[in-house]
Design a protein around this ligand. Sequence first.
Ligand code: GNR
Ligand code: NI
Length: 171
Amino acid sequence: MARLTILRYPDPRLHKVAQPVAAVDDGIRRLVDDMLETMYAAEGVGLAATQVDVHRRVIVMDTSEQRDHPIVLINPELSWRSPEFRLAEEGCLSVPAIYDKVERHASVKVQALGRDGEPFEMHAEDLAAVCVQHEMDHLVGKVFVEYLSALKRDRIRTKMIKKTRDEAGKA
Ligand code: GNR
Ligand code: NI
């Protein structure tokens, strides 16, 4: 397994649209395993392939307390969205140290293929529901800051450019 580099907002590659996976082969399984290692190392609850500059419809997540329940979603599609919405604080590994509230469906059902290539359906609520919707946005090139006001987004953009530049200078 290998740790992958996570793209940082405002990298334009975060806005690319991912393509469906044609077959769950060894290459996809390796990608999944590398994404899981990267997600756990970064202490994230989810990671979309877009964030590691692979533009395929692949998501990994683990919202369990013990961090021992990896979930793999290949070619995910929402089959149901609750009529209720919920406002919750979000963060993103591609926008480190920035948190703000986003409104999402309170619960969703998602159909996907697992790491074994078998189809399954999952009912997600609470943090898992937020995470599924956040990760599926990444696959269509959308980052959570795009739900915020233009003013907030521009401030975040400026802050992130400075932060990335400062960190590069230190290294
Ligand atoms: O680690 C993450 N935490 C998180 C918290 C609230 C709402 C969404 C998330 S997803 C984020 C990891 C990430 O950036 N996934 O794309
Ligand atoms: Ni994210």
